[in-house]
Design a protein around this ligand. Sequence first.
Ligand code: TYD
Length: 136
Amino acid sequence: MRLKEICPIIQFSDLGDERGKLVVIEGGQAVPFEIKRVFYIYESDATVVRGQHANRESEFVLINISGNSKVRITDGKEEYIVELNQPMMGVYIPKMIWKDMYDFSEDSILLVLASTHYDGNEYIRDYDKYLEEVLK
Ligand code: TYD
């Protein structure tokens, strides 16, 4: 399936020892872009759907550093659902992929690494408009 290849799961290295776990994420290495922005989402719950957009410019890596959530990814043709449930795993989302994040556990902290600074104009928030652009 094409989407699984273009939105791979990334397993980060565990540098932990008897003192606890340590995950290091370096831009341009484990994550295939230089990281320009970091944000995190918490106190969402199982009733909430977030995301609901595609980005013309930004690439992202999503990691549940606590708890779990799901992300539904689509390119307008295929759909792929990833359960984010380990601090050592992430999913890479390139440009022009639609994503919905949902089913947040109470303790969910969803960390997002982005390749760009925020620019609201590069977001496509209308699914029909997204389909029009991505399928043309
Ligand atoms: P939104 O894109 O709806 O968040 P999510 O992707 O989690 O569903 O963003 C919510 C608000 O926060 C919106 O007004 C835009 C603003 N925002 C920023 O100013 N900078 C950012 O980096 C992000 C992700 C959002």
